[in-house]
Design a protein around this ligand. Sequence first.
Ligand code: THU
Length: 131
Amino acid sequence: MKYDKLILEAIKAKDRAYAPYSKFNVGAAVLTEDNNIYSGCNIENASYGATNCAERTAIFKAVSEGYRKIKAIAIVGNSEYFTYPCGICRQVISEFALKNMEIIIVKSKNEYIIKTLEDILPQAFTKKDLK
Ligand code: THU
């Protein structure tokens, strides 16, 4: 399926998580408008609040390399459940989301759910609200 590579990159990134406190590894991979993939993992800190989630690591890598338009993101946690993005990450996804972007919530290579941003962050606060 069209997201196979994205899903594999998210799973690979999960293994690079730095999560000595929660022991909860998360991986994410974003697909940019021009089909580049940037992956990321969660990076924890002894000062817990300094932790960065996998989704934001991946998005910030893409944006800092000049890619601001995201058409899909795959997310996987080391859990028996599906790992959905936290509230802060939903907000960050919304900042760079192309219309109709897809969010692939992955449990394993062949087990995933596809959602839209509207599904998981209805009535988002965005740039347009600042006018
Ligand atoms: N975490 C993520 O990386 N993404 C999420 O969407 C949920 C939570 C990380 C943050 C922290 O390192 C660990 O999972 C436990 O909360």
